[in-house]
Design a protein around this ligand. Structure first.
Ligand code: BMA
Length: 822
């Protein structure tokens, strides 16, 4: 019923806006089918074949039960998509009509009215096809036929004379995590995963608008815009930038017009923790005979980012200067938010980025095994002051370098860089995730019996792609200070001592190497871009793994199937034994495994921050999940904060107290990321678990801006007379900067806890107050709401107010005593 009205509206709009207009074809009635079948079924665009099969009840939800196995056949099939759409004779009067696909996953043939117009082979490219001559007034049909990426990849792999690891995934320019990861299911998708449009234009169109910034020696930001215009006909045009008008003459073909802009009065874009993330909107209009023929809107921030690497006594520095000042980086790694990324919502992106801001972070690394993220992701980062470390999408394998592959990558870089370049959040472009490391350390050459020549070839290919083709393509498309390129993360693998003295480092001795958490205190590099430990998802998310009534039991095959690391459960249990115990009760296991993860990460983050300025950044592995799973994430698939996210927030506070436990002393550090000096009277109090003060002292402290400083060293002999397994050191201050830190002397399993009487008082429907008589360690408020704090310690005789995201009828409270009592 609505359709004719809609068409009429679009039609009128086309005429009114005269020259440039576009139509969204995603909202047409799309259909799909297995290419072997006859019957077409309803489909959704943007989408993927798995979602369409689920919507048509042909497959079960792969996230539930052990269904992942049941849907593996899909990757070997070919899938056809089609829709019909109407074009008016008015629309056909435009000089140019382009059919634009923002993303096709992956190998496809595009037909318009039965004619093959294009073959595609890269999920990360945008395809623009001039179609005016193939369109007719009235009904038109577009078909996109996808061939299996797995089968195509296998064919491509045959061209390389030796076996490549992770074949066929590295042969296809497609999100690599879809082939299965140690936190992700194998779900190799196909489909029209981004919007489809028809674009109508005449005379000329704006290809891109780049904001180019330079910081002068005086510290001022110089700004101009490079407007790239394609003109079909040369002639006189005019350009308007936020109402500033200028006449321009265009040549036939591509023209670049540079437009300076006065920045006086504009405020800088600052990363989270350093001030406001100020953004400014610009509209660029192209006019012919005073009529608008095209426009582009961009939102920019004024900022400079530099990566400083200078030789020093221990190696080479690695830090970011933002707006001229060194910035200690606190953050995390991002993986795609769903195995079916087209169903990620704006709200989900916004919430996850807000969660990083709320946890005091200032950078997020988009890991190279996923996707170049949706615009919404970067917009949210721009607005929240979260810098982005952007990997190109290559991860943990060897990649081919035949001419077709290299050309394909060049186009991919061009498309992605021109889409993303204006986001002030993007700080660095990185060639790949763990490929240098894979070549040097992972032993594939031996595993696949490479000859010496094969091995040399792999290294040559690597250099070609990541030291030549990608950085050159980046430089061609990003001619400004914003082009900071780093070939591989990490630059040096964690088995080599240089990984701790220069470059960025992924330290996996804890977890993969099963070294103790305390090792984090020693393995501190210049910039830690990955380290992590798994924890179970929250109970709500665990329950969502079941299609029927959840059977919360560690032996349940569904629960087991939602851990993708081959030794995952064993490693968690090994560390549980060391620091806690292995509970048999499921809820307790879920709780303690989260505490374990939070504890390990606290040790790591604090060691990194204490080492400032030797260490200038810490990005833990990983923020989020793409399905319900046991993983390194701090926020689970449904968006719930695990114990670790609450801990990350505490450990990333701008002012942090941290205690380093050496054999001889307890060294207390005050770490400040603030740009002003700090004065405080710091109180130190040793309290037993019943609330008795055993020892106390206080001391005035003055620390400079942005430093880590040892403010006190307490000799272990001073505390020798106390039973430290039943005591906690409280370090607090109220003046200038307010902070409180509780330091325990023993591992959780060696603490002499007694049963706390925890009371919950309702203040309002969404606020409660928790209090306790004796020390309550790791209080866990169990309920399906977000709590302003959770998994926290409460000292004897104290209370804490907690805000709930929604009123709860039922809430349980447990603490570590409940687990450790027997
Ligand atoms: C890092 C990442 C991922 C992986 C994680 C945990 O190396 O780059 O590839 O999921 O470790 O093993």
């Amino acid at each position: 019923m609505n359709r004719p009205i809609l068409f009429a509206f679009l039609f009128i709009q086309n005429i009114l806006s005269a020259q440039f207009s576009q139509r969204n074809l995603s909202s047409e009635n799309w259909q799909f089918k297995n290419s072997k079948d006859q019957n077409w079924l309803p489909a959704k665009v943007p989408g993927t074949v798995h979602l369409d099969l689920m919507n048509n009840r042909i497959i079960p939800d792969p996230y539930k039960d052990e269904n992942e196995k049941k849907v593996q056949w899909i990757e070997n099939e070919n899938w056809d998509y089609q829709t019909a759409f109407t074009v008016s004779s008015e629309e056909l009067k435009n000089d140019n009509i382009d059919l634009v696909f923002n993303g096709l996953d992956t190998f496809s043939e595009i037909y318009l009215n039965g004619k093959l117009l294009k073959k595609t082979d890269n999920m990360f490219r945008k395809w623009t096809i001039p179609v005016k001559q193939y369109l007719k007034a009235g009904k038109n049909t577009v078909q996109v036929k996808f061939t299996s990426a797995v089968n195509t990849g296998k064919e491509l792999a045959k061209k390389v004379p030796f076996t490549m690891p992770e074949s066929p995934r590295s042969f296809v320019r497609k999100a690599q995590y879809q082939f299965g990861w140690d936190w992700g299911p194998r779900l190799v998708t196909a489909g029209i995963w981004k919007d489809v449009r028809l674009e109508f234009w005449n005379n000329a169109k704006i290809i891109s608008v780049k904001d180019i910034q330079k910081r002068s020696d005086k510290g001022e930001n110089d700004l101009h815009f490079d407007v790239e215009i394609y003109a079909q006909n040369s002639g006189d045009y005019s350009l308007e930038l936020n109402k500033i008008h200028q006449k321009i003459a265009l040549q036939k073909g591509t023209n670049t017009i540079s437009v300076p802009y006065e920045t006086r009065g504009m405020k800088l874009w600052q990363p989270n923790g350093r001030g406001e993330a100020n953004l400014y909107d610009f509209e660029v209009q192209l006019l012919k005979n005073d009529k608008n023929i095209d426009r582009k809107n961009i939102r920019i921030g004024l900022r400079t980012v530099e990566l400083i690497q200078e030789k020093d006594a221990k190696g080479k520095s690695f830090y970011f200067k933002v707006n001229g000042k060194p910035l200690y980086i606190k953050g995390t790694n991002w993986i795609p938010g769903d195995s079916f990324s087209p169903r990620m919502t704006k709200e989900k992106y916004r919430k996850l980025i807000k969660d990083t801001k709320d946890a005091n972070m200032n950078m997020i690394r988009i890991w190279g095994g996923g996707i170049y993220e949706d615009d919404e992701f970067y917009k949210a980062c721009d607005e929240n002051g979260i810098l982005v470390w952007q990997d190109f999408m290559f991860a943990g394998s060897f990649y081919p370098t035949d001419e077709a592959f290299l050309n394909n990558v060049k186009e991919e870089v061009k498309d992605q860089v021109s889409r993303l370049q204006n986001h002030p959040s993007i700080a660095l472009w990185c060639g790949n995730n763990e490929i240098d490391e894979a070549i040097v350390n992972w032993g594939y050459q031996k595993q696949f019996n490479y000859s010496k020549n094969d091995s040399l070839q792999v290294w040559k290919d690597y250099k070609k792609l990541f030291h030549e083709v990608i950085p050159n393509a980046l430089a061609e498309n990003l001619r400004s200070d914003k082009n900071i390129y780093w070939p591989s993360s990490p630059s040096i693998g964690w088995g080599h001592k240089e990984s701790l003295t220069e470059g960025d480092s992924h330290y996996w001795g804890v977890w993969w190497g099963e070294q103790p958490f305390e090792m984090y205190n020693e393995k501190v590099g210049r910039f830690m871009s990955e380290y992590g430990f798994q924890g179970t998802p929250t109970l709500e998310t665990t329950k969502s793994m079941f299609s029927g009534t959840p059977d919360l039991n560690l032996q349940n095959p569904t629960i087991k199937a939602h851990e993708k690391h081959a030794r995952g459960w064993d490693i968690i249990n090994e560390y549980l034994k060391r620091d806690y115990k292995i509970p048999t009760d499921f809820v307790q296991y879920n709780y303690v495994s989260q505490l374990l993860q939070a504890r390990g990460m606290q040790i790591a983050i604090e060691a990194h921050r204490r080492a400032k300025p030797y260490n200038m950044g810490t990005l833990y592995w990983q923020l989020n999940d793409c399905w319900p799973v046991v993983s390194w994430s701090s926020i689970d698939y449904l968006g719930n904060w695990k114990a670790f996210h609450y801990q990350a927030k505490r450990s990333f506070e701008p002012v942090l107290v941290s205690v380093a436990d050496t054999d001889k002393s307890y060294d207390v550090y005050l770490i400040s990321d603030l740009l002003k000096e700090l004065k405080a009277d710091v109180n130190f109090e040793l309290i037993d678990f019943k609330g008795k003060t055993l020892w106390r002292t206080s001391q005035p402290v003055l620390i400079n801006a942005d430093v880590s400083k040892k403010i006190k060293s307490i000799s272990t002999s001073e505390f020798a007379k106390f039973d430290l397994s039943g005591a906690v050191l409280k370090i607090s201050a109220e003046i200038d900067a307010k902070f409180e830190k509780l330091f325990f002397f023993n591992k959780p399993k060696d603490l002499k806890l007694s049963k706390p009487e925890i009371t919950v008082r309702k203040i309002s429907p969404s606020e409660i107050e928790i209090s306790t008589d004796v020390l309550a360690k790791d209080i866990y408020l169990v309920g399906d709401a977000h709590f302003s704090d959770n998994f926290f310690d409460l000292l004897p005789g104290t209370s804490k107010r907690i805000v709930l995201s929604k009123p709860l009828e039922k809430m349980e409270v447990i603490s570590l005593w409940d687990v450790m009592k027997n």
